[in-house]
Write a protein that binds this ligand. Structure first.
Ligand code: C2E
Ligand code: CA
Ligand code: CA
Length: 760
């Protein structure tokens, strides 16, 4: 009989060992506290089980006594590790750190007391007990055993509380797993109580450990209720932000999530989905390919939606086709955002017209695609738009532009394009047979009336370019139209000008000049001519550097034919840079001949201020050629101060500070001359005779000249009168106090060699 018990316990221990090995190998990857707690529990269980079977089977009393001590101690640890396991598993009271410490300490004390039992027998003593004709050492309890028992039941109560709490407070899906462990644990405890209560000779409740360990291992690590998994998966698919529909091998719809139903079959009739499925697949390679995707637009409840559609087939493990599913991702929002971005980058935000780049592209496209249609390019420019901005404010000016754009849009026909190229410049490409002057005239009058203001009359100018060269760059077509506008820019009423043969010719020759310019500069076709500037008694100390283009075919070209063009196109700075260097070089050469007293005036264009760092350039020039800065005189005109006055004045002040002398050229030709005298710190005032009309107004003109000279002197400036052609003029000027004179009377601008021959 005893042998049978021992065998049962051995079997129990073995089963637990198998469980331990299984869990620790199979779940070793999941090295979490829960695994560890189960392995601890099983290990303690094995030891306890073996200790008990040793105690009841050994014939030696002391050995049996040690066995019991180990068994009782084992019970302590089984409960403690179970408590640890229960907390890990249920996550109840997991944050409590004091309790484990206290229970472990008490267990250690209890263990010590149990091990000293062989000496004091304060907890139990052994007695032979007969089972039929066999006997074994059974234990009888003493007073102190109660302490051990109470401690154990406290642990039991804690475990029961934890498991009960969790069983009550968990979702229906998981209740089973906690309940099973609770029932199993309660069963073992009840059996144990019965054993104690009825004084059954052998504690068979230990055998239940094996079953318990299988339970614990299974429910903790392996069990995942199928219904729960299904529930989770279906909830996930329901909530997914894509519409999901799946079909079986016969194309019957077996599942569709809420979104799919809402979108494709609000009636809930799956047949509808099956029909749609046929449509969706039509023309796609869904038969031959296992997965693919496409983009589609669907009209759902009257709204247009864009979907990114994915099609996937599902095969079983053996490779047989079992069904497929479609997922629809709504990309309508992304698409709209993309379209908006595209619109924003190709349109002018104020008026909604195309911007320059997209207009050029669109024009090119239209010209290419409609080769049978003849086109015209119409460009418009509002006269003095800056002034409108200043007078009426930016908001009003913006409203005006929007209004103008709306009017143009109204008149547009298909296969036309329209853009706001910049500020107040619009461009329209339209079929020639739709163009009429009246059409635009009425539009222009409407827009000008918009700003109806007693003091200001708005003027819109229109340039029309007949596109005869469809393959020319679009920019040159617009240029042509604006060139036409330039020809009427002095008009005071709304006017239309055409880019005719005359303009075309001018434009072509300008294009030619620009095309040739840079090479010509490289090849030294530009020459510096010098014109003397003399004192009233005929001495020459200053001369002005004036450029001439020595063209290999066209001979000497005067600056008037190319300087305005170079200024307009921004190339002027290259030429000026070249001229300044020539002048500086000459000054250095003259110094070497002992002519330190001579100086050269160079011209500075208003555009130079924007295309280079004038200060840097000039300073490095005089340093490079080692000349005194006041020998390189700088001629600027009033136009320099028309825009960004402060910035320009700053630059000039720093040049003056460095030692350069500044001349105001063509004084009197501008509008705000007197004001400028006040603000610009120039050293020399240069006035052209042309402003001093010598006709019937001569007496008045002379008075003005006299006054200006007096004024300049009062401001500490010297005065140069240029354009002196006759002796008469000279005689008059001698009496005015002007310091220097310049003009054909003394000499024309001369090639440098010639100049040097005469004056050095
Ligand atoms: P500007 O600076 O006013 O130069 C004086 C112009 O008057 C020169 O014309 C000169 O030849 C001319 N001139 C001199 N004496 C008389 C005279 O007694 N009667 C008349 N009617 N004209 C006289 P040019 O050389 O044809 O230059 C024209 C303009 O071109 C210059 O006017 C200047 O603004 C510009 N320019 C010339 N060279 C350069 C240059 O290197 N750089 C820049 N930025 N502009 C230059
Ligand atoms: Ca000049
Ligand atoms: Ca001048």
């Amino acid at each position: 009989m005893i042998k049978f018990y021992v065998l049962t316990f051995m079997l129990t221990a073995f089963i637990m060992l198998v469980c331990t090995v299984y869990i620790s190998t199979k779940h070793a990857i999941r090295q979490n506290k829960l695994n560890i707690s189960i392995i601890q529990l099983l290990s303690v269980g094995i030891i306890t089980c073996l200790a008990y079977s040793h105690a009841i089977s050994v014939p030696n009393e002391l050995a049996a006594e040690w066995g019991y001590a180990l068994y009782f101690a084992g019970i302590d640890w089984i409960l403690i590790t179970f408590l640890f396991y229960a907390r890990q598993y249920t996550r109840v009271w997991l944050e409590n750190y004091a309790a484990p410490l206290i229970t472990t300490s008490i267990a250690v004390l209890d263990n010590i007391s149990l091990f000293f039992n062989y000496k004091w027998h304060h907890a139990y003593y052994l007695e032979k007990r007969y089972l039929g004709d066999e006997w074994f050492y059974d234990f009888k309890i003493h007073d102190y055993y109660v302490v051990h028992l109470v401690f154990c039941y406290i642990l039991v109560i804690l475990i029961l509380l934890i498991l009960t709490k969790k069983t009550v407070a968990t979702s229906g899906f998981h209740r089973n797993r906690y309940l099973s462990i609770l029932i199993m644990f309660t069963g073992i405890i009840l059996l144990n109580i019965l054993y104690v209560f009825f004084d059954y000779p052998v504690d068979v409740s230990i055998c239940l450990y094996a079953i318990a360990s299988i339970f614990v291992g299974y429910y903790t690590l392996l069990y995942n209720p199928k219904t729960f998994v299904e529930y989770m998966l279906s909830t996930i698919t329901e909530r997914m932000e894509c519409a999901l529909i799946s079909f079986d091998e016969n194309d019957f719809c077996i599942y569709s999530n809420q979104l799919a139903n809402r979108m494709f079959c609000p009636s809930g009739d799956k047949k509808l989905l099956e029909q749609r499925f046929k449509m969706w697949r039509a023309g796609k390679e869904t038969n031959s390919i296992s997965n693919t995707s496409w983009n589609d637009v669907y009209n759902l409840n009257g709204d247009e939606y864009r979907f990114d559609v994915h099609f996937n087939k599902i095969y079983d493990k053996k490779g047989y086709y079992c069904g497929c599913y479609l997922s629809f991702y709504d990309v309508t929002g992304d698409f709209i955002a993309y379209e908006e971005e595209k619109y924003r980058s190709s349109h002018d935000s104020l008026t909604g017209a195309l911007n320059r780049e997209s207009f050029y592209e669109e024009v090119q496209r239209l010209l290419e695609e409609n080769s049978e249609i003849e086109y015209v390019m119409v460009c418009s420019n509002i006269k003095g738009f800056k002034l409108i901005n200043d007078m009426f404010g930016v908001e009003e000016a913006d409203r005006l532009l929007i209004r103008a754009a709306d009017l143009i849009r109204e008149k547009l026909t298909p296969s036309a394009a329209f853009a706001r190229l910049e500020a107040d410049r619009f461009a329209v490409l339209m079929p020639k047979n739709h163009y009429s002057e009246e059409l635009f005239m009425t539009g222009m009058n409407q827009v000008s009336n918009f700003l109806n203001n007693a003091q200001y009359r708005m003027v819109i100018l229109l340039g029309v370019y007949d596109i005869y060269d469809r393959h020319a760059p679009v920019v040159s077509m617009c240029d042509g139209a604006f060139l036409a506008i330039d020809s009427i820019k002095d008009s005071f009423k709304n006017t239309i000008a055409y880019y005719g043969d005359m303009l075309r010719h001018e434009y072509m020759s300008e294009q030619k000049i620009i095309g040739e310019f840079e090479d010509a500069l490289q090849m030294g076709q530009f020459a510096m001519f010098l014109q003397p500037v003399v004192t009233t008694d005929g001495r020459m100390t200053i001369c002005e550097a004036l450029v001439r283009w020595i063209h290999p075919e066209r001979g000497i070209i005067a600056p008037a034919s190319f300087i305005p063009l170079l200024e307009r196109t921004g190339y002027i700075y290259k030429l000026d840079l070249y001229m300044w260097e020539q002048a500086a070089k000459r000054l250095a050469y003259w110094s070497s001949l002992g002519h330190d007293e001579l100086s050269i005036s160079v011209n500075i264009s208003v555009k130079d201020f924007y295309y280079m760092d004038i200060y840097e350039t000039l300073v490095s020039l005089v340093e490079k050629y080692n000349i005194e800065p006041d020998r390189l005189k700088l001629e600027i005109t009033e136009t320099v101060f028309m825009t960004e006055k402060e910035r320009q004045i700053d630059i000039i002040s720093s040049l003056k500070e460095y030692g350069f002398l500044v001349e105001i050229d063509d004084f009197g030709s501008g509008y705000s001359s007197l004001n400028m005298l006040k603000e610009v710190p120039a050293d020399i005032l240069k006035m052209d005779m042309a402003f001093l009309t010598m006709d019937k107004n001569a007496p008045r003109g002379r008075k003005i000249v006299n006054t200006i000279i007096t004024l300049a002197k009062a401001l500490g400036m010297m005065v140069i009168i240029e354009g002196v052609e006759t002796e008469d003029q000279l005689n008059y000027l001698k009496g005015t106090g002007a310091d220097y004179l310049q003009g054909y009377y003394f000499n024309k601008p001369l090639p440098v060699r010639k100049f040097e021959e005469i004056y050095l």
